[in-house]
Design a protein around this ligand. Sequence first.
Ligand SMILES: [Zn+2]
Length: 347
Amino acid sequence: MKKQLTIGVDVGGTNTVLGLIDREGNCLARTDFHTQRSTSEEGPVFFDEYMDLLYGAIDHLLAAAPEDCVVAGIGIGAPNAHYFKGAIINAANLTWKDRSKPSKEVLGDFEKQNRCEVVRLLKKHYPAVKAIAMTNDANAAALGELYYGGGKSLKKKDLVEITLGTGLGSGFVSNGDIVYGHNSFAGELGHIVVEPNGRSCGCGKCGCLESYCSATGIRRTALRLIDDTATPSVLRKIEREKLTAKDVSIATAAGDKLALEVWDITGHYLAIGVSTAVAITCPEAVFLFGGPTKAGDLLMNPLKKYLDKYMLPSMKDTKVMFSKLGEDAAILGASALALNAIAAQNK
Ligand SMILES: [Zn+2]
């Protein structure tokens, strides 16, 4: 019997990256292309142009598969991906247009949500591939963790993945499957309210976890402390617009008191989010992924201090740790989605 491989596709606002992945999570071949590249000189970028580029990239990886292997699944991780519809909906950074419409309107509005049906088109184009599925980036990262990362050593297939970046995403895995809810949008931990009447959030609400614990939120906390306190800090010397979460890490390593306070506030709010997630699905482990985790103990120590306070005593055996996924996390996550879809078909 031929060995099964999968193709993981990560659709980013700038680049689409693809990898040919084996069962152990090794990337045998990879390719990428510009997500919003038009074949005409100056755009606009049409969705069918994007699909043609995607077919070309997938064909390239199919041709790279060794003879004793078969590509059994394609998984796609994309912003605002609707798992049940296999479509990308209303993604702010993807502005493909529809060639069939005289107005060449931008795709992705909720009203026209079925237009970016990536999965339907791929299934039609690749009838021999057994399983094709799409989900959002955080759900893909959660499955990547389960199949290829820290989740491999867990006794039960129950984990929560929290991705810290420009925003804060999360994926809940319960009994080996992502919790999607009735409409595919379950697991939005970033938008639980951790501070009533708190900071404004991109979702339109106030006080969301994302507005405190994403990389952007950490930056906002630093700026607030700079404005509202007299604590001396090297961060005061950095131009406001250029200040990042990374600067806060560097300052903390040098013993900066204001920067330390930023991590304490971040750990406090993140502990509210983590303990809330744990109270709902009682996972074996919670994994933290993304840029701010590079701060290491600066983030983990205050988080654990507050978790001790907020976590239900019966759930304190849930481990909280950093992700074990490396640089290829996004394509491994998408590949894991394909593995998950294959497993579902074999049930
Ligand atoms: Zn929000």
